[in-house]
Design a protein around this ligand. Structure first.
Ligand code: SF4
Length: 491
């Protein structure tokens, strides 16, 4: 673990610099200059020729940089873009110094955030063409060429879905229960084995939230285009609970403009024909069955109880009851797995002819059960990067293209998560949720409402409690605040 001292003559950049260092060195700690292994000092100035950056690195390694960034003088930018460019130049300076100290490539360069595609849309909105953006991503944002190409492709594919995004609404409903807890999971998820007694009260509170928010939505003129029930694993609910929930959704929420209705069924062993028929009969158009891996030992290791036979049976049933769109997730980088395991998992997903395949790179989380410091050595970062490239290539051969993308802190080898789709099956909710130009109303356990302000292009967030018992206890207060926010934000 290395310690860093960071300084910049332009104030307000401490966090910005820390994010860049952490992307390069996930174990980094920050401390005063006299205790630091590395001291990074930047000096910036600006004039009519652009932003000038000089910097030095001292301590265990020594380096110096000096460059001029003329991007901001392009007439497509105005003074309001100066702050953003300034932050980007600071990260560029930090990364340039770090790269001189250690031979390490960051595939995503100075893009340290969760949603790198936002930069594509930002630049496209300013009037730059895709080929110009790709060049900037490589030269100014220091992305590896394949990541720059991927980002531009995803951005281009998303543009049609973003045209009306600001006027639309999405609804997310969180069901925070699962059969067991996966060992890598940091979501709002409580195992039924220990928390089944909370389901009834939780659902009663959710029914109330649906009723009141539904009434409020009927008074605002906004189309709800995508509805997503996630969690947790919503399909842990029994037939009657699921049926009651879906009926309440149908009766209370404005569904006339709905283009997509997704239900997560992360665990194949929670599905049977009757449950799937209930979903289909209540308008569900997309289902997500997520094995993550098809290696039986890994399934045990990550804390799942389902078998490959459960998976095959679930996929067959989804097809038989004719839910139109099947998404399947896999994770690359699970401990103990090899390239062969990832190939096998992909093969199984392809043989299911899933309309959507979402590839995740393992991202160790502090809130997960696993102690990642103990299993770190089992994860081969280089192998993950190479396999990812091969898997992307195989998906393309089979007719899939990438349509949404996000990154997580600490993901193995600094890689990304990418949703691939067959033509015409893009997951609308995934695009709108990720690009943050649409208000998303979150109901249920751990759901976060995100209120988009079209004037400032910013989001404010109001989270529901993750704990089902707290959610139930505070439901009146939660719903009251949400209704106020809804009228203030959407009228
Ligand atoms: S199925 Fe999903 S939400 Fe449930 S424990 Fe596993 S990763 Fe978490």
């Amino acid at each position: 673990m290395a310690s860093y001292f960071l300084s910049c003559n332009w104030p307000g950049n401490q966090k910005n610099m820390e994010n860049m260092v952490t992307a390069f060195d996930p174990e980094a700690v920050f401390c005063p200059a006299n205790q630091a292994d590395y001291r990074i000092m930047l000096n910036l100035s600006s004039d009519e020729r652009g932003i000038h950056c000089r910097g030095e690195l001292k301590g265990r390694a020594e380096a110096e940089i000096s460059f001029r960034d003329a991007e901001i003088i392009n007439p497509l930018y105005s003074s309001e873009h100066f702050q953003q460019r300034r932050k980007e130049v600071v990260r560029r300076g930090v990364l340039a110094l770090l790269k001189q100290s250690r031979d390490l490539e960051l595939p995503w360069g100075i893009l340290t955030g969760v949603r790198p595609t936002k930069i594509y849309h930002y630049l496209r909105d300013l009037g730059f063409y895709s080929r110009e953006i790709r060049e900037k991503l490589e030269t100014l944002y220091l992305l590896a060429p394949d990541k720059a190409a991927l980002l531009v492709e995803v951005g281009e594919n998303q543009r049609p879905w973003l045209e009306a995004a600001e006027e639309q609404l999405c609804i997310y409903i969180g069901i925070p229960f699962c059969p067991t807890k996966c060992r890598y999971c940091s979501f709002a998820s409580y195992p039924l084995s220990t928390h089944a007694h909370l389901v009834k009260g939780f659902l009663a509170a959710l029914m109330y939230e649906l009723e009141v928010i539904g009434q409020a939505l009927s008074q605002v003129d906004r189309p709800v285009v995508a509805l997503y029930i996630g969690g947790g694993t919503p399909t842990v609910l029994n037939h009657q609970q699921l049926s009651t929930l879906l009926r309440q959704i149908d009766q209370q929420l404005p569904m006339a403009d709905l283009q997509e209705f997704t239900v997560e069924a992360g665990r194949p062993d929670t599905l049977d024909r009757e449950k799937l028929s209930i979903l289909r009969d209540n308008g569900v158009t997309r289902i997500s069955v997520n094995p993550q891996t098809t290696n039986p030992q890994t399934l045990q290791l990550i804390g799942r109880q389902h078998t490959l036979a459960d998976l095959d049976r679930a996929v067959k049933l989804v097809r038989e009851v004719k839910i139109p769109c099947l998404n399947m997730d896999m994770i690359i980088g699970l401990p103990g797995e090899s390239e062969q395991d990832w190939e096998n998992t992909l093969k199984r997903l392809l043989s299911a002819e899933a309309e959507n395949i979402t590839l995740h790179t393992l991202a160790p989380k502090r809130a997960a059960v696993w102690d990642y410091s103990q299993i770190k050595q089992e994860i081969n970062a280089e192998q993950v990067s190479l396999s990812l490239e091969r898997i992307y290539a195989q998906l393309r051969i089979k007719g899939y293209h990438p349509y949404y993308l996000y990154r997580q802190r600490r993901s193995v080898a600094g890689q990304e998560n990418t949703g691939y789709t067959l033509n015409g099956w893009e997951g609308i909710y995934n695009i709108l949720m990720m690009e943050e130009r649409t208000t998303i109303i979150g109901l249920g356990g751990g759901a976060i409402s995100k209120w988009f302000n079209p004037e400032t292009h910013t989001l404010s967030r109001t989270p529901n409690p993750k704990c089902p018992a707290t959610y139930q206890q505070r439901i009146k207060e939660i719903v009251g605040e949400k209704v106020n926010k809804l009228f203030r934000s959407l009228n």
